[in-house]
Write a new protein. Sequence first.
Length: 255
Amino acid sequence: MGEISYFAIITIIKFRIKEFFFEYNYTILAPLINTILFVIIFKTIENNYFIIIEDRSFIEFLVPGLILMMVAQESYDNVSVTIINMKQIGSFDNYLMAPISRVEIFISLIISSIIIGLFLGFIIYFILSFFINFEKIEIFFSIYYLILAIIFFTSLGSITGFLSYTWDTQSTVSNFFVMPINLLSGTFFSINSLPESFKFLFYYNPYYYLVSNFRNSFYYDYVYDLHINLSIIFFVFIFLIFSCFIFFIGFKVIK
């Protein structure tokens, strides 16, 4: 690979962001409405049953996980759908024939997904702030964990889109991996409510610590743990490098 084509990278980033806003009904309104429905339903449940989790109200516990889950799902769907759709209509060949490497294409996808994910996360948080008021938020760490989640799911979506040609594969990964890992990583419940025999599934799940730390960054008692964060970074870095390697070798890029 020769010199990096910054102009090409910026062009792809601008195109993806423009496409994101152009299809706002799918990319912004859909996850926003889903999140609001979740909050309304669980707020109603909390009002009737007064649920407390880890010394916090259920809705306070729930909202950070909802923000992360919606951003993660959109990060995966956006990039995987984009690549598969481009491959099916043949426009992905324009990228391959352009004077830009596949790694640079991948870098463009990662950067644009980070921008899109942060914007979506901010919009969701702004809307949900009408339902709940957080006294103190560690903004730096919130953005930090959100970016890590975006990189992880964008890498996964890039691999899925790059290696597959049908929506069946994309939906399979979404239904049997993306959704379960979001739902079963402490988004809606505390690990303390589980039997001891099941807790090991979370102790060895790096994404659980990402969700947990993102949630804790919304509270005044957040404490940064170096060892846990190194394991989270290593976990995300492995997926990032693997997806970058897939793009680099061009495996199954042309059917």
